[in-house]
Design a binder for this molecule. Structure first.
Ligand code: SF4
Length: 445
C-alpha cells in the first residue's frame, strides 16, 4: 500500500507571499508522500485552495476561485475540494453554508491535517497507515512558481492592532521562527538553485525580539549572508517604527542584501495615522525616509498606502499625495479601504463613499506612474546586475529578469537582449529604454 506514487493534486495559492510560503510547505509535505502538483485542474484528484481575506478584493478573488473549483467538481464529482488558510479562520460557518460543495475547510494551514484528510477520503485507508507514511520529509521547500527566487518566512502573526486590519485576529501574536530553522531552509533552497531569498512576515523588522535569547533582524541577516554562494537577500514588509540605524548600517555595507526596502506606511496624515492606530506620526515617517535616503542613497523604496479610510478628507488625501511626491518611492501599491467586520475602523464615523475611494486610488496610481517614469528615465544608459529568470523565445528582447531594485511579482522586470544566457545566473545589462514599470537592455559580456 506504500508508497502511492504521483497522485495528482492542484494547489491554488491566493494572497500574499506569506500565503505562498504556506502553500509551498503544503506542497512539500504532500510531495514527500506520493502526491504531485498538477497545473491542469481538470485532471486532478483534489483541488486545494489557500485563501486570503485581508481586504474585500482578496475575499472576492478567493470566492471566485472556490466557485471555479466547484464547476470542475460538477464535471468530475470524485475530485475533492479543500479550502484552507485565512478565510476559514474568519468565516468557517458562513462558508460551510454558502458553498456546501466544498469537501472540507481547514482554518489556517496544517499540512499534516490536509494530508490525513486526502489519504482518508481519496484512498479510504486505515488510520494506522498514517504514521508510516509521514516518515520522510524532503530537505528544502518545493516551490509553486519561479525556481530562482524563494520567499523565506521569518515570523508569523502581528502584535500591532491597526484599526482596519484583521491579520492579528487571524494569525495571532508575533512569533519568530528560530534562526537555525530559517538558515537550514535557506541553505536547502540555495543548494537547489535559488538565487534570491526574500524575507517575509507580517513585518520582518521585529524579527527575534520574542526569542530567548533575544535576536534581531541584523543577527539573522548576518547568518544568512554567511551562507556560501552568489545570491541576493531582499527584505519585504519592514515596519516604519522598527527600522533601526543598525539595520540601515548593515544593509549599506552588505554585499548580498539588496538596496531595496519595502516599508508599508498606509498613510501620512497625522489624524488618519492616529485613527488607524499606527504607532508612527507624520514627522517620524518623513524623518525615517529622509534618513534612509541619506544613509543608503541608491536604495529603492517601496511602500503601500490605504486610501478612503474613514474620515479621510480631500485635504488629508492631498497630504498623502504630497508625501509621496516628497519621498518619490520607486514602487507603490495602493489599497482602497474596505470595512472588515470586527475591526474598529468598520464602525467608524465618516465612511468614505466607495466611488471616492476608487477615484482616490486611481489618482494615486496615476501620480505614481509619473514618479516612476522619472526614475526609470534616469536608468537609461546605466549598467545593472540582473538575475535572468526566463527565456521568452521571441522578439529582440528575448529574456526577462530583474535588477536589484525590482522585487518579483510586484515591481517591473528587465527585458533583455542576449544569446545563450542561462536562467538563474546574474548578468550585467546596459539599460536602453523603459516602458511604464519595465526596463529594456542588452547584456554586456
Ligand atoms: S502592522 Fe498593522 S497592518 Fe500590518 S499586519 Fe499588523 S495590524 Fe495589520
Amino acid at each position: 500500500m506504500i508508497p502511492r506514487s504521483k497522485t495528482p493534486i492542484s494547489i491554488i495559492n491566493l494572497g500574499c507571499p506569506k500565503n505562498l510560503v504556506d502553500s509551498e510547505e503544503v506542497l512539500t509535505y504532500l510531495s514527500a508522500r506520493g502526491f504531485v502538483n498538477e497545473k491542469n485542474i481538470i485532471n486532478t484528484r483534489a483541488i486545494l485552495l489557500n485563501t486570503c481575506c485581508f481586504i474585500d478584493d482578496a475575499k472576492e478573488e478567493s470566492i471566485e476561485k472556490i466557485l471555479q473549483a466547484v464547476q470542475i467538481k460538477k464535471e468530475n464529482p470524485e475530485c475533492l475540494i479543500l479550502v484552507f488558510g485565512c478565510m476559514p479562520v474568519r468565516y468557517l460557518e458562513e462558508l460551510k453554508q454558502a458553498i456546501p460543495e466544498v469537501d472540507q475547510f481547514f482554518p489556517g494551514t496544517n499540512p499534516e491535517e490536509i494530508y490525513r484528510y486526502l489519504v482518508k477520503f481519496l484512498f479510504h485507508e486505515q488510520e494506522q497507515y498514517f504514521d508510516e507514511l509521514t516518515s520522510s520529509v524532503p530537505s528544502g521547500r518545493l516551490w509553486l512558481e519561479n525556481p530562482y527566487f524563494a520567499y523565506l518566512k521569518v515570523a508569523e502573526g502581528c502584535d500591532y492592532q491597526c484599526s482596519f486590519c484583521v491579520i492579528p485576529q487571524i494569525r495571532g501574536p508575533y512569533r519568530s521562527i528560530l534562526p537555525d530553522k530559517i538558515v537550514a531552509e535557506a541553505t536547502g533552497l540555495l543548494n537547489r538553485g535559488v538565487k534570491e531569498l526574500i524575507l517575509v512576515a507580517q513585518h520582518t523588522t521585529a524579527y527575534g525580539r520574542d526569542l530567548n535569547p533575544q535576536r534581531s533582524l541584523v543577527d539573522l541577516l548576518q547568518a544568512l549572508e554567511s551562507i556560501n554562494g552568489n545570491f541576493w537577500i531582499r527584505i519585504l514588509y519592514a515596519h516604519p517604527m522598527e527600522i533601526k540605524d543598525s539595520l540601515l548600517h548593515y544593509i549599506s555595507k552588505s554585499k548580498k542584501i539588496c538596496h531595496y526596502l519595502d516599508i508599508p506606511i498606509q498613510h501620512s496624515h497625522e489624524i488618519i495615522l492616529k485613527n488607524m492606530k499606527r504607532k508612527e506620526n507624520s514627522d517620524e515617517l518623513l524623518n525615517l525616509f529622509q534618513k534612509l535616503l541619506k544613509k543608503i542613497p541608491d536604495i529603492a523604496l517601496r511602500t503601500s498606502v490605504l486610501v478612503g479610510f474613514p474620515g479621510e478628507t480631500e485635504k488629508m488625501f492631498s497630504h498623502l499625495i504630497d508625501f509621496i511626491q516628497k519621498i518619490k518611492f520607486m514602487h507603490l501599491g495602493c489599497f482602497k479601504f474596505s470595512a472588515q467586520a470586527g475591526t474598529p475602523a468598520a464602525s467608524m464615523r465618516g465612511q468614505v463613499p466607495v466611488k471616492i475611494r476608487e477615484q482616490r486610488a486611481v489618482k494615486i496610481i496615476t501620480f505614481q506612474q509619473k514618479i516612476i517614469a522619472g526614475i526609470q528615465s534616469r536608468f537609461v544608459g546605466s549598467v545593472h546586475k540582473v538575475l535572468v529568470e526566463e527565456f521568452l523565445n521571441e522578439g529582440p528582447y528575448n529574456y526577462a529578469g530583474r535588477a536589484v531594485f525590482q522585487a518579483p511579482e510586484i515591481d517591473g522586470v528587465v527585458f533583455i537582449r542576449g544569446s545563450n544566457l542561462k536562467c538563474g545566473e546574474f548578468y550585467s545589462v546596459k539599460i536602453e529604454d523603459f516602458e511604464q514599470y519595465d526596463l529594456f537592455g542588452t547584456v554586456i559580456l
